[in-house]
Ligand binder design. Sequence first.
Ligand SMILES: [Zn+2]
Length: 384
Amino acid sequence: MRDTPTGIDEADDHNAATLGKFSRRRFLAQTSCFGAFYALARLIPLPALAEAVGVDSRVSREPVVDKGFASVHKVGNGLYATISDPTKGTSTLCNGGFIVGRDGALMIEGFTTPAGASFQMDALRMVSQAPVQAALDTHYHFDHSMGNAFYGAQGVPLWAHATAAKRIVESYTPLQGADKAAILEPFEKRVKDAKSQAEREHAQGDLNAMTGVFQLANSAMLALPNHPLDPAKLPTTIDLGGVSAVFEAYPGHSGTDIIVHVPEQNVVYTGDLLFSGWYPVCFDQQATVSGWRATLAKFAAFDKDTLFVPGHGQICGQEGIASIREVFDDIAAQAEKMYKAGVPAEEAQHRYVVPDKFKNFPVFAWGFTIGPAITKLYAEWRGK
Ligand SMILES: [Zn+2]
């Protein structure tokens, strides 16, 4: 990775300094594999914090720490948000945060690498020595869970939706040690067989994303949540001493989504149920567009002063919820026109046009976002 910008090198230094207990060989495997992802990530600009949150006095202007690939901001009393900037490195990729009370702390997200989780732990230690009571994966996806080994090594109980561990195993172990060419072959075939320029670009983006996931899965030591949260028994409250966090389950993004709600301060860590200023990632077999839109309607009904720490993108207020709802409305409106005109789903998924209004919204690979949103909508309409 000698030719990559400084964010990665800084991440490497951080890695080396904090993860000495892991083998050198693994460290190299961990940190030298992000080529394809990095190429994708550079297309994903992060809006400046000030412009994103306006004048919300709860958000500190000065970060607690800023490593380029992620920075940590105070967003409330004992509440901190970790905001990733994928253009500057891929140690964390997703957002997260931590909550600190008198008696303990809760860490949110396992991130993409143990170095990412370790970075967030270092940030916690800059503001508090409270023992870490628990960590939470908001859902099972790789960018939120492949750094879980860090928590394992620290003896921190790791909480997640009851099916998250199973989904990590089912989704990522088949990639480990697998024949890369065989895994990527169907994606390469789609690039070759594309019937239009748009289709070719979409297929190429999907191939890049899949290459990144393959490389990550093969360099990660998967570590599983050991404290399953049964969604039927949620909400549940975790008392950290003067600050309480409520875990709530909602449908939409992955079938394993849990948010952390701090109602007393109107702050919510949404995981990937909110992509702030991004097209939503809908590829998961358990993603449901109608379920997700219903969840967003519930978020819109939270207090008008709610501050949202999204899974990706910048911290936002209710305007961020309004904007992702508009994105879903636009996808649904364009898809419905095509559905009524008899355009087959396979074709419709490539025909969506990003309107001017959303032209700055990153699309993390078409086949992970807009494509499946449209095919899922078609399936819902057909099922009616
Ligand atoms: Zn996700």
